[in-house]
Design a protein around this ligand. Structure first.
Ligand code: 3PG
Length: 402
């Protein structure tokens, strides 16, 4: 968007794909408006240049037209943030929408209905993409959270609208998750957690090529422990990933990456918030007990390693942080990264549960970057190309070449 000037934009109809897929409670109240706030800079910029903004998003995974997946609940909050009344269409394409677009003043914003009300969206149907594209003169993709989907509104429309460019949010996500990770200020540490090694294989393999230090936490560590011959009691283990765990440890050695596993763990007698718990060395997990968090010695070890770094990326919790009793390790990482951020270290929170943890601790604002993408950040960290990005005109993505 930054490259588009007033001359390009005044009076132009701009189709903006944002990811306004925010969580709603049973009364349709927004429980986390992060993605709406993140969409504001691009829209604000376009309004300021006198463009007519046609805003598109999905919400949830509806099967056809489903009122509870309407984008209507987004309108009040978005209007408040933009300081103008956002108009809302009841459809995505068609004559009614066209009428609303023609009536849109320069600097106005029209929010289209949930684009997934049409099954053609997820099928990336060219005819549907063309109809959507015909509403506008040019296209801005700012929906980072959906950039890993080759859908009509993220990929298909680019074939019919020129130029197709990246918005500020999409660009910032690429700058951090591709730019800062590919040419980091060193030492560069990656912290990877989560319950299963199987869902993080790609991320670990890709980060092993780039980082100097790799800290592992979360349920996946027990697969690594078992692969090293330790007893893991009733902890979660992916038996079919033991060889893989061994090969990842070997690969770290070969690449000269300092891979650290927690040295102590908090174990529980059942998987429940009120379970009995104790802290034991990683080598002393008794039968019947399961590890649900990393212990204080591991936190100290990780903190000391992190103190040496200039760039840190974090993806995945250190334990079962939705249970307060087992959230200590995850919260300690969030606090440590906040402290490092204050000292000028680049801190990147790569989507999903780690974002929730950072928000729970109340340190979201101090991080260098918090990704708005779950699946999209994972795919990017795995080194994959995102169809929604690849489809954009080359010139706008050069800063973060994939
Ligand atoms: C997300 O929440 O990760 C994005 O909005 C994408 O949603 P999807 O997984 O339903 O495509």
């Amino acid at each position: 968007v930054g490259d588009l000037t007033e001359a390009d934009l005044a009076g132009k109809r701009v189709l903006v794909r944002a990811d306004l897929n925010v969580p709603l409670d049973e009364n349709q109240n927004i429980t986390d408006d992060t993605r709406i706030r993140a969409a504001v800079p691009t829209i604000q910029y376009l309004i300021g240049k006198g463009a007519k903004v046609i805003l598109s998003s999905h919400l949830g995974r509806p099967k056809g037209v489903t009122p509870k997946f309407s984008l209507a609940p987004i309108v009040p909050r978005l209007s408040e943030l933009l300081g103008i009344q956002v108009q809302k269409a009841d459809d995505v394409i068609g004559p009614e929408v066209e009428k609303l677009v023609s009536a849109l003043p320069n600097g106005g914003v029209l929010l289209l209905e949930n684009v997934r009300f049409y099954k053609e969206e997820e099928k990336n149907d060219p005819e549907f993409a063309q109809k959507l594209a015909s509403l506008a003169d040019l296209y801005v993709n700012d929906a980072f959270g959906t950039a890993h989907r080759a859908h009509a509104s993220t990929e298909g429309v680019t074939k019919f609208l020129k130029p197709s460019v990246a918005g500020y949010l999409l660009q910032k996500e690429l700058d951090y998750l591709v730019g800062a990770v590919s040419s980091p200020k060193r030492p560069f540490a990656a912290i990877v957690g989560g319950s299963k090694v199987s869902s993080k294989i790609g991320v670990i393999e890709s980060l092993l090529e780039k980082c100097d230090i790799l800290l592992l936490g979360g349920g996946m560590i027990f697969t690594f422990y078992k692969a090293q011959g330790l007893s893991v009691g009733a902890s979660l283990v992916e038996e079919d990933k033991l060889e893989l765990a061994t090969s990842l440890l070997a690969k770290a050695k070969e690449k000269g990456v300092s891979l650290m596993l927690p040295t102590d763990v908090v174990i529980a007698d059942k998987f429940a918030p009120d379970a009995n718990s104790q802290t034991v060395p990683a080598s002393a997990i008794p039968d019947g007990w399961m590890g649900l968090d990393i212990g204080p010695d591991s936190v100290a070890l990780f903190n000391a390693a992190l103190d040496t770094t200039q760039t840190v990326i974090w993806n995945g919790p250190m334990g079962v942080f939705e249970f307060d009793k087992f959230a200590v390790g995850t919260e300690a990482v969030a606090k440590k990264l906040a402290e490092l951020s204050g000292k000028g270290v680049t801190t990147i929170i790569g989507g999903g549960d780690s974002v929730a943890a950072v928000e729970k601790v109340g340190v979201a604002d101090v991080m260098s970057h918090i990704s708005t993408g779950g699946g999209a950040s994972l795919e990017l960290l795995e080194g994959k190309e995102l169809p929604g990005v690849v489809a954009l005109d080359e010139a706008v993505v050069t800063r973060s070449k994939l």
